[in-house]
Write a protein that binds this ligand. Structure first.
Ligand code: 5GP
Ligand code: ZN
Length: 113
């Protein structure tokens, strides 16, 4: 999609530190990490949110969740990671190409102490 930052990363027009790449899913490090491990997992096709993706493409939704686990295991945080999908500007979504934040490498017990 034109004027979409993450579509530009998928196209290779904007560089990213890619950790996993398939036809359907891409994972790359967040440019402003909020944890020692902070990777974004996205579908290569443009969808605005996790809800929209789930409705449009259950298969790719499952692939996205499997990729998140694969990334967590590869990054050494398979036993303790958080997977966050901010949905809507009011919930902090700033890039409207669905992305899961894979976060780990520090204490993630909830609620924060
Ligand atoms: P959101 O706030 O939409 O849930 O998350 C968007 C995320 O994208 C933020 O954590 C932000 O740091 C990350 N981000 C924004 N621009 C870029 C970029 O150009 N490259 C990478 N790798 N991450 C980005
Ligand atoms: Zn996009």
């Amino acid at each position: 999609m034109a004027d979409c930052l993450f579509c530009s990363i998928v196209a290779g027009d904007i560089p990213a530190d890619i950790v996993l790449s398939t036809d359907d899913v891409l994972a790359f490090r967040d440019i402003q990490p909020q944890a020692p491990i902070h990777v974004l997992v996205i579908p290569t096709a443009h969808h605005s949110s996790i809800g929209e993706l789930a409705a449009a493409s259950p298969e790719v939704t499952a692939l996205l969740l499997q990729a998140a686990r694969q990334v967590a295991v590869a990054e050494g945080i398979g036993d303790a990671y958080r997977l966050v999908f901010n949905t809507g500007a009011g919930a902090g979504q700033s890039v409207f190409h669905v992305h899961g934040h894979v976060l780990g490498g520090r204490d993630l017990t909830w609620p924060p102490g």
